[in-house]
Ligand binder design. Structure first.
Ligand SMILES: Cc1ncc(COP(=O)(O)O)c(C=O)c1O
Length: 210
């Protein structure tokens, strides 16, 4: 199965930059399944063979297990949904990019926030369109009250997660990351957004800062 997720870095497709690339088909992703799933992509035979075995309990030939693997087979049901959605992906990505361009235009004059900077050599497919604003929490509340859904990716840094407590880091150790976590806000960017809806979101953001 050929899969071009659509994002590129210096002309190289996402997934092809390193020896092995991983794609998530978690339902919130641009190519989302109807449940969990993912794909590993590589050009090299060696990791391909090993990963193929690992995803099926390390089996290299029927009932012969070279590695201790796991049960990571993609559900047929997921594959069926993803194959259908894959045909629509390029169109959805183009729409996401167009939505981002429109937000960039509409929010350009708002000095209280920063729109997402995309490097000249990058093509983004905007899984998220993340603005940064110092007054992020009241802005999110204001938008929620006006029926505008937003997301925070993510409110806590890894070193602030309970599961990593044993590493001994504390809040203040990574001030840049912590500042980003307190300022980021993802606006609706899904392909089906209408021009009117994007304008409505931008208008309400403008109202909040006025
Ligand atoms: C496998 C997997 N599960 C869950 C998530 C979380 O997705 P979200 O933050 O959109 O809920 C991600 C996001 O990267 C993911 O790749």
């Amino acid at each position: 199965m050929a899969l071009d997720i659509g994002a590129t870095y210096k002309g190289r497709k996402a997934g092809s930059i390193s020896a092995v690339g991983c794609l998530s088909f978690y339902p919130t992703k641009n190519l989302g399944g109807v449940g969990d799933g993912g794909m590993v992509v590589t050009q090299d035979a060696e990791p391909a063979d090993k990963i193929r075995a690992l995803h099926n309990h390390g089996e290299t030939s029927r009932y012969h297990h070279k590695y201790i693997g796991g049960n990571f087979r993609l559900d047929t049901l997921q594959a069926a949904a993803l194959i259908v959605k894959l045909r629509l992906l390029d169109g959805w990505s183009a729409k996401r990019r167009a939505n981002a361009v429109r937000y960039d235009e509409l929010l350009a004059d708002c000095s209280d926030l920063v729109t997402p900077p995309i490097g000249e050599h990058n093509v983004s497919i905007f899984n998220q369109y993340v603005i940064r604003a110092a007054r992020r929490d009241p802005l999110q509340e204001f938008l929620t009250d006006r029926q505008i859904g937003t997301g925070i990716y993510y409110p806590l840094c890894l070193h602030q997660q309970e599961c990593f407590e044993s590493l001994g880091y504390k809040t203040g150790d990574f001030p840049v990351a912590e500042k980003a976590a307190s300022e980021v806000l993802a606006l609706p960017i899904f392909p089906e957004l209408s021009d009117e809806q994007i304008e409505f979101v931008a208008e309400k953001i403008g109202e909040f800062f006025s």
